[in-house]
Design a protein around this ligand. Structure first.
Ligand code: NAD
Ligand code: GLY
Length: 355
């Protein structure tokens, strides 16, 4: 098991990563007073693990899925905490994917103005990204992550054990975020390129998970509150991905990140911002994970949802983080109409290629 510390002005968060991390770290946690948040799928699959590790600790089980990441479920969690007699001496354990981590993290930040939080991510996406760095949120009025807080967990326990039950589609979602890291970090990019035929293998995923966490930890240490410019690089692919996610409401977050990256790489190429061979190589990686990129007929309309992106300073200007060359990304800002037109052009090109 490896470990690393995220040391920020407001907190100290230790990440434990590797086989055996769950058994080892929960043995220490069991001494504490705990409140568990999980979801219905994870509870069904891991009831024995939860009961074995946490005994009869009070628990809230969310209905599985993004639709549960809302304020009404948030209030239900807070209400269950109050009914269970949770005090400031308790630790909230978020045991599940990114949805559980985001909403349980927000509940922990609000209850009694903040109780200790431990993240135990059970999806690949949550292990490489959402459980690390302290961003918590719920969706509101159709806008993703619009109500939230920065709230660091005291520890994150990343154990590949849980990935064995993940459907391939969820592995694909995690690989979406991993490719995002590849577009930001030259070492991760090289590993992805050298293992492009083994991206789904357990061994590859285990190694690259730690690399992604190391990258994210460095970014969070440098710019915890997402104000200094460094943390927004983690949004590569997400502006368009989130816009499509809001509009189409069909696929899951990680798949939209892959689709968003594809469309944004097209824009970067059109605007001469990305080295062409490098762009092609990133597209190849994306297609290894998601072979068919949708040629959305109404992509232009969907792209309008990018105006909600938190990087924008005005809704008439869209800000994107795009890959430039190996290990380097760049922020570009373009008028919303131009952005939407380029998105439509990318969709048309995809459609032409299909015919
Ligand atoms: P999720 O939590 O909905 O999990 C995906 C599915 O996998 C769910 O059906 C869940 O029940 C199931 N599942 C979880 N663990 C499992 C396991 N071990 N075996 C089998 N099934 C399992 O979604 P996600 O992809 O983990 O996370 C997406 C969410 O994370 C989005 O809401 C996104 O906005 C958020 N996110 C947050 C950050 C952040 O920094 N806070 C970063 C990236 C994404
Ligand atoms: N997932 C983006 C961030 O943590 O900033």
């Amino acid at each position: 098991m490896k470990s690393l510390v995220i040391d920020t002005p407001s907190s100290n968060s230790t990440i434990y990563c590797g086989n055996g991390a769950f058994a080892e770290r929960t043995a220490a946690l069991a001494q504490k007073k705990l409140f568990i948040v999980t979801d219905s799928n994870v509870f069904r699959l891991y009831k024995a693990h939860i009961q074995g590790a946490f005994g009869n600790a009070p628990m809230y089980i969310l209905p599985a899925g993004e639709h549960s990441k809302n304020y009404s479920q948030l209030l239900k969690i807070l209400s269950a905490m109050l009914s269970a007699g949770v005090t400031r001496s308790y630790t909230v354990v978020a045991f599940g994917g990114g949805v559980v981590g985001d909403i349980a993290g927000l509940a922990a930040s609000l209850y009694m103005r903040g109780v200790n939080l431990v993240q135990i991510p059970t999806t690949l996406l949550a292990q490489v990204d959402s459980s690390v760095g302290g961003k918590t949120a719920v969706d509101f009025k159709g806008v993703k992550n619009i109500i939230g807080a920065f709230y660091q967990p005291s520890e994150v326990i990343v154990d590949p054990l849980f990935l064995r039950t993940l459907p391939r589609r969820e592995i694909r979602c995690g690989l979406g975020e991993i490719i995002k890291y590849g577009a930001l970090d030259a070492e991760i990019y090289k590993k992805l390129k050298n293992n492009s035929n083994a991206l789904f293998s357990e061994e590859f995923i285990e190694g690259i998970t730690y690399d992604c966490i190391v990258h994210k930890a460095a970014v969070v240490c440098a710019d915890e509150r997402d104000t200094g410019g460094r943390r927004k690089t983690l949004n590569l692919g997400h502006t368009t991905g989130h816009a499509f996610e809001l509009y189409y409401k069909r696929k899951s977050h990680g798949e939209f990140v892959l689709i968003g990256m594809y469309y944004e790489i097209f824009i970067a190429k059109q605007l001469g911002q990305c080295d062409v061979d490098y762009a092609e190589s990133l597209v190849k990686l994306i297609k290894k994970v998601l072979p068919s990129i949708p040629a959305y007929a109404d992509a232009q309309k969907a792209a309008l949802f990018a105006k909600y992106d938190k990087k924008n300073t005005r809704t008439s200007l869209i800000s994107l983080i795009v890959p430039k060359c190996e290990g380097e990304s760049v922020e570009i800002t373009l008028p919303a109409e131009r952005y939407c037109a380029l998105i439509a052009q990318c969709a048309e090109q995809l459609d032409q290629r299909r015919k």
